[in-house]
Every structure is written in C-alpha cells, then in structure tokens.
Write a protein that binds this ligand. Structure first.
Ligand code: TRP
Length: 454
C-alpha cells in the first residue's frame, strides 16, 4: 500500500495507488447529478447553446484555475481542508476549512435525496417499466417516507465505500464505476441520434440565442454550474489532492478532470435534448424545477415502448452511478476533517458523520421545498463564497503557490503557470464576488419564498 508521511509528525497518510486512480476519483467527484440533471435543466433555462458557451468560458477562466488552486493546497499540505488552511494560512483561515465541512454536510444531505430518486427510478423501471403518468408518479415519490427510505439506502452505500478507505474504497469504486458511466452515456448519445425529431433538440442545444449571452442571470448560473459540476468551492478537490503523491503534474490533472467533466455534461445534453424534443416535451423542461427531468424523461421513455424501457433504465443507472462517486467525495471532505482534527478512526468517523448527514437530509426527503432551499443556500451561495475565499487565499495569502504548481509540471504547462496565477489573483476574486452578490439576492428570494409558501 502506498503511504506518505503526513506533516507535523502525524501518522502516515494513505495515498491513491496510482495517478489514474486519483484522476478517476476526481472525475467521479465532478461527474454526477450536476452533469446529467442540473446541466440539462439549467441549459434549457439559459437558452440552450448560449448557456453552453458561457459555461465553457466559465470552466476555462474560473474553473480550471480554481481547481488548480485546490489541488495545490491539498497536495502541498497532505491535510484535509481545516488542517491544510491552518498550516498555510493560520488560525483564521482554518475557519474556511470549517465552512467547507459544513457545506459538504449540507450538500450531501439533499444530494442523497435526489440520488435516492434516481436509484428508485432505475430499479423500479427495470422491474415494472416507467409509470403511465410520470408527473403524478414523481409527485408521489419525491417526498415522504419512500423518499426517506431511498435517501437512507443511498447514504448507507456512500458510507460503506468511504469507510473502507482511499485505495480500497474510493479509488476502487471510481475505477469500476466511471468507465461504466462513460460507456452508458456515450451509448445513449448514439442511440438518441437515431430518434426521429432529434434534429430539433440538437438545434435548440447547439444554436446559440445570442441575446442570452449578456443576461446576468444566465452568466451567474453558468458560473455557479461550473463550481458545482467541478466540485469546487468546498475542498473536495483539495481533499483528494491531499492523498496524491508529490510528483504528479497538477496542471495536467486539473485540465483532464475539467475536460472529462465537461465532456460528460455535454454528452448528457446530446441525450436529453433529442429525447425531449423528439417527444415534444420541451415545455416541461423550459419551466423546469428540481423535478423536470424526473418527469419529462420517464414520460419520454414510457412513450417509446420496449426500447425506451431499456434505454431509460440505463440512463437512470448512469445517473445513480455518477451520484455515488460524487457523494463519496462530499462525505470524504467531512470524514477526513474529523479524522485529522479529532484523531478518530476512519470507520467511526465515516459512520458517525454519515448518520448525522442522513438524519439532516430527512428534512429534504420530507419536503422538496426544503431541498430547494438548502440547494440554494449551500449549493449556490456558500459554494460561491467558498470559491471566492479559496481564490483570495491562493492568490493573496498562500506563500508561493506557483512553486507547488510547477512541482512535477511537464513542459507543456510550465509556461501557463504565471498566467494561471494572474487569473487567480486578479480575475477570480472580483468576478466571483459578483457571483456571490447575485447569489445573496437569489438566496434572499428563496428564503422569503420558502417562508411565504410554508
Ligand atoms: N460535482 C458533483 C456533480 O456534478 C457534485 C459534487 C460532488 C459537488 N462534490 C462536490 C459539488 C463538491 C460541489 C462541491 O454532481
């Protein structure tokens, strides 16, 4: 087993067994419900292709530099977020690590509820087919005792993997699950191309409505989608990088992870849009909420008869698979911090924190309005705050982040490091601050809406 010596005389830290183990685990974290479910509906809201263009810009300008920032802090310290930020920034910055743990806790609590829906859809449709009235069906299963049960089942799976450890749990799961997901998603995209009426879906997805390019709301959504989809702003990538050997090229890995994440999101769009348009269901996605895809897609699969059932099951299996590898990373942030801060054994830490998260998540499983509210607060606002703080930390507080970026860097990337550092220092803080500003208002609206509706 590969181990490394932790800093400050802590016992040897388990490391990823191979470079690809790390890359796949990080891609597993990035690729999840955010790519296949959130990306499609935010893109639909944001004018299709215009959103996709903005999204690519956000990934290149904000995502990759931010990812590199997290990787640098994690690998340099070989510590989980709280300890890493304390070591490099002092006591005050340790609070940011605390925020990361809180955000991981909150995001996983509702992420697991949605993941529970996907598991249920996969299993149920395999056994009995898709429901005749998907809107009503979703209304019945989205919240309540059944949703709680599936949420708890999903949490048990997640805890089971994290408990086992980095190599035998996280790395092994990613090595099996990620290739499975890639094969399914690519297969589905080829199949979707054969649908009659697929062209209208592609047209919507790939022809930009240029007026949306300057829409501040769409820009905010694109930035927030980039953070969420790349698992940035809460120390997930930081934590994974803390299990990384010293000599890997972090630049190359940041690019690989970001590209793979985008590729899966884009390919998922090549499945979702043709299916929706072939069945004339575009309106149901346009007015999308959390549940849109869970209503429109099953409706489409159902309408296609036998083949629709096979394809639909595969689609939801891929979603569930992506959700598990992402949930692992969320729980790992919380678990590793507990291990490092309190010296608790991994197994106990994973079980204890997993149970607390599962209990808190019951509120989201009980009421989808709670789910939406926690998503807005943690998945949008606090993630943006975390991203902003991280950019400020690496750009202004950390000593010589460039040295760590260059360690192990191949010739292709050494020249890019100064440019990336410049972006982290000067572009990211003001741009992300604007995103935070918009998110504060969006959160205020969500809170008043929630209590108004309650
Ligand atoms: N990126 C994952 C997705 O797209 C979700 C996720 C996992 C996440 N870890 C994260 C989001 C950390 C934000 C922060 O589904």
């Amino acid at each position: 087993m590969a181990t490394g010596s932790g800093s400050g005389g802590t016992p040897a830290r388990e490391l990823f067994g191979s470079k690809w183990g790390f890359v796949l685990a990080a891609v597993g974290s990035a690729v999840g419900l955010g790519n296949m479910w959130r990306f499609s509906y935010v893109a639909a809201e944001g004018g299709g292709a215009a959103f996709v263009i903005l999204y690519v810009i956000m990934v290149l300008l904000l995502g990759i530099p931010l990812m590199l920032s997290e990787l640098v802090v994690g690998r340099k310290t070989h510590l989980s977020p709280i300890g890493a930020l304390r070591e490099l920034g002092g006591r005050g910055w340790a609070l940011l690590g605390g925020l990361f743990v809180l955000v991981g806790f909150l995001i996983l609590s509702y992420y697991s509820v949605i993941a529970g829906w996907t598991m249920r859809f996969a299993l149920e449709s395999a056994m009995t087919g898709f429901p005749g009235d998907p809107g009503q069906h979703f209304g019945e299963i989205a919240a309540g005792p059944a949703a709680m049960g599936w949420h708890l089942a999903f949490m048990v799976l997640t805890i089971g993997i994290v408990m086992v450890g980095v190599q035998k749990g996280i790395e092994r799961a990613a090595m099996v699950l990620m290739p499975t997901l890639f094969v399914i998603v690519i297969g589905l995209a080829f199949w979707a191309a054969t649908l009659e009426g697929a062209g209208a879906g592609y047209a919507y997805y790939l022809t930009p409505d240029l007026s949306e390019l300057m829409n501040p709301n769409v820009i905010r959504q694109a930035a927030s989608q980039a953070f969420f989809s790349l698992s940035l702003g809460m120390g997930a990538m930081l934590t994974f990088a803390s299990y990384l050997a010293r000599d890997e090229d972090l630049n190359e890995q940041a690019v690989t992870i970001s590209f793979a994440d985008f590729a899966v999101a884009f390919t998922a769009g090549l499945v979702v849009f043709p299916v929706i348009f072939a069945l004339g269901l575009q309106d149901s996605v346009g007015e999308s909420t959390v549940g849109a895809l869970f209503i429109a897609l099953p409706g489409a699969f159902e309408a296609m008869g036998g083949p629709g059932r096979v394809v639909g099951v595969l689609f939801f299996v891929a979603l569930a698979v992506g959700a598990i590898t992402s949930a692992i990373s969320l729980l790992e942030v919380v678990t590793s911090s507990i291990i490092d801060e309190f010296g608790i054994a991994r197994k106990n830490a994973a079980i204890m924190m997993g149970i607390l998260i599962a209990i808190f998540g019951l509120a989201s499983a009980h009421n989808t309005d709670v789910l939406g509210l926690v998503d807005q607060i943690a998945g949008e606002l606090l993630l943006a705050v975390g991203a902003l703080s991280m950019a400020i930390f690496v750009g202004w507080r950390m000593k010589d982040p460039g040295a760590e970026m260059l360690r192990g860097a191949g010739p292709r990337f050494t020249g890019a490091v100064p440019a990336v550092l410049f972006l982290v220092k000067w572009l990211l803080p003001p741009v992300i601050a604007v995103v935070v500003w918009f998110q504060i208002w969006a959160t205020r609206d969500a809170i008043t809406g929630f209590f108004g509706a309650a």
